[in-house]
Design a binder for this molecule. Sequence first.
Ligand code: 5GP
Ligand code: ZN
Length: 137
Amino acid sequence: MDNCIFCKIASGEIPSNTLYEDEGFRVILDNGPATKGHALVLPKEHYANLFEIPEDVLAKAAVVAKRVAGTMKDKLSCDGLNLVQNNGETAGQTVMHFHLHIIPRYRDDGQSILWKPTSPTSEELAAIRDTITGEGC
Ligand code: 5GP
Ligand code: ZN
């Protein structure tokens, strides 16, 4: 992808604050971090999102994220950590190259990465279950 900023960062063409690199991935510090240590796991191959990334590459990305998360816990003494992965503009994706956010959390860090719960009825929950699983059609 000629015009993809994350392809250029992942390949090393554009310099970054790299925390980890192997043949398939580069993990960098986000330049607009939610918290201290906010990092991004970038596959070196271009996949736009979760729908495009092959399962084996996704599985490796999860392992890389787990290792970096462990290091953050040790080195930054964070109190918690969010793994976030956005797909599509509606879901907040701004760079259309698959990436996993690793966001260390600190007590009173002022961030809010959770959602407002809604209150569907049991019938509504059953209906959405049937829509997703294809049952009841
Ligand atoms: P998204 O909203 O697509 O899930 O996340 C994109 C993330 O990439 C944002 O957190 C943003 O701060 C970060 N980002 C965008 N451009 C760059 C860049 O050129 N370098 C780095 N290090 N991070 C970037
Ligand atoms: Zn790309």
